[in-house]
Design a protein around this ligand. Sequence first.
Ligand SMILES: Nc1nc2c(ncn2[C@@H]2O[C@H](COP(=O)(O)OP(=O)(O)O)[C@@H](O)[C@H]2O)c(=O)[nH]1
Ligand SMILES: Nc1ncnc2c1ncn2[C@@H]1O[C@H](COP(=O)(O)OP(=O)(O)O)[C@@H](O)[C@H]1O
Length: 205
Amino acid sequence: MEQKKGAILILSGPSGCGKSTLLKEVYKDIDDYYFSISTTTREMRVGEEHGVDYYFVSKEEFEKDISEGNFLEYANVHGNYYGTSLKPIMKALHEGKLVIFDIDVQGHKIVCKKLNEVITSVFITTPSLKVLETRLKNRQTDSIEVIEKRILNAKEEIKSFSKYDYLIINDDLKEASKQLVSIAHAARVKSKISEESIIEDWLSN
Ligand SMILES: Nc1nc2c(ncn2[C@@H]2O[C@H](COP(=O)(O)OP(=O)(O)O)[C@@H](O)[C@H]2O)c(=O)[nH]1
Ligand SMILES: Nc1ncnc2c1ncn2[C@@H]1O[C@H](COP(=O)(O)OP(=O)(O)O)[C@@H](O)[C@H]1O
């Protein structure tokens, strides 16, 4: 029996670079995907929904999940916990879906170590630090202290961009969306390389 193979697409990039905005733009152009909804201890922002953007939990609940081994990976980012639950990811991969992660550079590193599936990774950023700062301020979701922390972290995170397969500079949203859709399609094609039945099927048909 043919075993369906899923594919993995990881998006990382500094807070405010436009990851969520880009993802919302491209979903209509991507088939059979599963977005990995992370669990976090950060406060819910206006407009966010529990179970859609994140599962918002207390520190105690998060730490219980850690001790029960429920996370594929978790990290402390900007002073809050963020984690990827293992079970839904394995289910989606088993169903042959393109599993999309919006995780930080620490999460990217761990997922690459832990999962055998073919991984495609994209680092997303703005044309400059100034533009990042403007976007974080204009978004009006965070206090000035929180924005400052995110800017400080961005200066570190940007150093990891070359560990990724692709770099998208999210300047013009339409252009960046087009690039992300192409990469998502390529991620599917790339995952074919790990299908063990390819030779068998080719010889017998
Ligand atoms: N390692 C890890 N990072 C995550 C996870 N979920 C979200 N993140 C990252 O945490 C950072 C902060 O996310 P968030 O508070 O939503 O801020 P935003 O990036 O400004 O929207 C981003 O870099 C996300 O990619 C996760 O499950 N694991
Ligand atoms: N290409 C773009 N040009 C201008 N503004 C953008 C662009 N992409 C995103 N934004 C805006 O920048 C802010 C941060 O985007 P967001 O998607 O929340 O970033 P992230 O999820 O990476 O933290 C939002 O207010 C969003 O509307």
